[in-house]
Design a protein around this ligand. Structure first.
Ligand SMILES: NC(=O)c1ccc[n+]([C@@H]2O[C@H](COP(=O)([O-])OP(=O)(O)OC[C@H]3O[C@@H](n4cnc5c(N)ncnc54)[C@H](OP(=O)(O)O)[C@@H]3O)[C@@H](O)[C@H]2O)c1
Length: 335
């Protein structure tokens, strides 16, 4: 009798776990894999934020194929730690180079580019991967005073990329991969409030409505606009530009917004919908290395295939964002 009750009691959680496992398996079949396996010896890849999450898995994928990878990381100790870990697992992979880069500081970006130009003749693939998603109520800013998502996710990469263009042109056919997100579809660009002062004030007062972080979504929309504008400007230089979304992945990105108990409460949803960082990196590796997309520039990718955004892009906004970004970098402060 007792054992029958035990069987019934165990049946419910076991069935739930089984059902979640099956749904995850079914969903993950749609999460594409980069099948490209060509040797990348002789190619130099520069990945921002390569010490963690999707950047780290992207680095592993490229190093496995003998690519040389520059780890452009905010914390050099974390870059070295990641490299030690990869080298232990892949002793015969490509070269791994740790370098310090803080995208929240123009001075750090300039110092980084100076070292790159002194040490490398060309860069074959630049992967703008680093990113932050920090609750707006923290009101964080970059060294120059830009709102942190606008400053790091967009402006820092805008400046870095422009400073590296000559090195990318020297490597043509070369590539720039911009890790955006399909959340760009929920972004807005308000040129009167690029630093989101209004929303930040509301967030600090606890009055900001909505589930998503508008500053993050806006910065991912700026990534998408930047990719399109770059593709236009680089079309005669053999430098292809790819925007991509890795999908919803379990990484450190949400360290400030998702608490441990959220993971417990939302575990079934996360287990069904969240990819591993490795699964997320597949589309990034695809954009960085697959020959089938060579010469196709300015498109958005998800699951190793072209993705048609629901967002209505506007050429005037694209141009204005480029001009305003240039002015802000020159001014070195919010205007
Ligand atoms: N995870 C997702 O579900 C998801 C979905 C769509 C798009 N994405 C995009 O994927 C990219 C990678 O994110 P992830 O999920 O892999 O997150 P992650 O594990 O937190 O990695 C982010 C990386 O960016 C670095 N970074 C942050 N601020 C920086 C700065 N000021 N200067 C230089 N590096 C900085 C981090 O360095 P530290 O380790 O020192 O903090 C870390 O290496 C981001 O652009 C994100 O928007 C992620």
């Amino acid at each position: 009798m007792v054992s029958q009750q035990l069987i019934y009691a165990a049946a419910v959680p076991v069935s739930v776990v089984l059902a979640i496992g099956l749904i995850r398996r079914w969903r993950s079949r749609k999460w594409a894999k980069c099948l490209s396996n060509t040797c990348l010896r002789g190619k130099t890849f520069l990945i921002t934020g390569a010490n963690s999450g999707i950047g780290l898995e992207t680095a592993k994928g490229l190093v496995r194929r003998k690519g040389r990878v520059i780890f452009a990381c905010r914390d050099i100790a974390k870059a070295k730690q990641a490299i030690t870990q990869i080298r232990a697992a892949q002793p015969t992979g490509g070269e791994l180079i740790p370098m310090q880069l803080d995208l929240a500081s123009f001075e750090s970006i300039e110092n980084f580019v100076e070292v790159i130009k002194a040490g490398f003749y060309k860069i074959d693939v630049l992967i703008n991967n680093a990113g932050v998603a920090i609750p707006l109520k923290k009101a964080l800013k970059t060294k120059e005073g830009f709102e942190i998502h606008f400053g790091v996710n967009h402006l820092g990469h805008f400046y870095l990329t422009n400073l590296l263009l000559d090195h990318l042109k020297k490597a043509a056919p070369s590539r720039i991969v911009i890790v955006s997100s399909t959340l760009h579809e929920q972004g807005k660009i308000d040129f009167d409030d690029l630093n989101l002062k209004k929303d930040t004030e509301l967030a600090v007062q606890g009055k900001l409505k909505g589930r998503h972080n508008p500053a993050y979504n806006n910065s991912k929309l700026m990534n998408a606009y930047f990719g399109r504008a770059l593709a236009d400007r680089l079309k005669d230089y053999g430098v292809d530009v790819y925007n991509c979304c890795p999908g919803f992945c379990y990484t450190n990105l949400f360290r400030d917004s998702i608490r441990w108990y959220h993971y417990i409460l939302m575990a079934p949803v996360f287990l069904m919908f969240m990819r591993t960082a490795k699964q997320g990196s597949e589309t990034v590796v695809f954009c960085a290395s697959d020959y089938s997309v060579e010469g196709i520039s300015g498109r958005f990718y998800r699951d190793c295939a072209e993705y048609s955004s629901k967002y209505q892009f506007n050429k005037e906004v694209e141009e204005k964002l480029w001009q305003v970004s240039e002015e802000l970098v020159k001014a070195r402060r919010p205007l």
